[in-house]
Write a protein that binds this ligand. Structure first.
Ligand code: T3D
Length: 255
């Protein structure tokens, strides 16, 4: 039984909802522990995509400032935030953040740790950290410069200014903006489509793109040849080619 995170299965899609709406789903160690558990369930084979969203009008307002311990927080960051970011990165399936409202501080970090971000028209993004005199955590110093470039990352983190969904889209902080009305339902349709996709192909692409952040071109070409070799021996590749020849949509099994 969980208190702060709700999960729901719809076929191969696992929806995970941060559920402290009164405080815009602000993060506590207990919530982060439940989120980590949910992501570990998502590693199971029959889950083929994950949607992460927030209950109520917010996505996540970052660390719960009303319960934040005074003084050094490195132990909290290492014990509670970092494992969640690692789980998302390690999941061999698409992880979509459905940013339904404000995402601030480590709440924005969580959204940026996901593979893709679908934004509600009502979404507002703010880096937050420097507003309370902190540096970045929960992966933001890794993800943000890679998404928007180092100078824009500095501008967004120095100022902490509020970024609308449309600006976020143009900056590369989101991939799709959807109307606020019926947002979670529409984002679920988007993620459910990914859950029907060639999961093994997605996993290999996710690993290739992650490796490209550090590899040379030569290393990446070698990786592509090896990984493509694996992909070419899968049931989904055989099905994809067969479906093309038979002029019908493919029915992927995810392997
Ligand atoms: O040890 C560690 O955990 C360290 C790690 C730190 C990582 C971080 O995430 S640091 C960044 C922490 N987050 C923030 O600094 C953001 C603080 N919140 C805000 O700036 C604003 O609330 C928002 C921009 C997110 C939203 O503004 P708005 O006007 O839409 O809503 P609001 O009225 O400010 O908030 C609504 C309620 O949520 C309100 O409660 P009330 O008055 O209705 O009882 C507010 O106090 C509460 N709330 C919002 N953010 C937090 C929060 N309660 C606790 N912690 C919050 N972060």
């Amino acid at each position: 039984m969980t208190e702060f995170v709700r999960t729901a299965r719809d076929g191969a899609l696992l929806s995970v909802t941060l559920d402290r709406p009164d405080v815009l789903n602000a993060l506590t160690p207990a919530l982060l522990g439940e989120l980590r558990d949910a992501l570990q369930v998502a590693a199971e084979n029959d889950v083929r995509a994950v949607l992460l969203t927030g209950a109520g009008r917010g996505f996540c307002a970052g660390a719960d400032l009303s319960t934040l311990p005074e003084g050094a927080v490195e132990a909290v960051v290492e014990a509670h935030y970092n494992p969640v970011v690692r789980e998302i990165a390690a999941l061999e399936k698409p992880v979509v953040a459905a940013v339904n409202g404000v995402a601030a501080g480590a709440g924005l970090s969580l959204a940026l740790a996901c593979d893709l971000r679908v934004l509600s028209e009502a979404a507002v993004l703010t880096t937050g950290f420097s507003g309370i005199g902190l540096a970045l955590d929960a992966g933001m110093s890794y993800t943000l410069p890679r998404l928007v470039g180092p100078a824009r990352a500095l501008e967004l983190t120095y100022t902490g200014r509020r970024v609308t969904a449309d600006e976020a889209l143009s900056l590369g902080l989101g991939e799709l903006v959807l109307p606020a009305d019926g947002f979670v339902e529409a984002a679920t349709v988007f993620a459910a489509r990914l859950a029907q996709g060639p999961t093994g192909s997605y996993a290999r692409i996710k690993a290739q793109v992650a490796a490209s952040q550090a590899n040379t071109l030569e290393e990446q070409l070698a990786l592509e040849a090896r990984v493509q070799g694996e992909a070419s021996r899968t049931a989904d590749f055989a099905e994809g080619v067969r479906a093309f020849r038979e002029r019908r949509p493919p029915k992927f099994v995810g392997r």
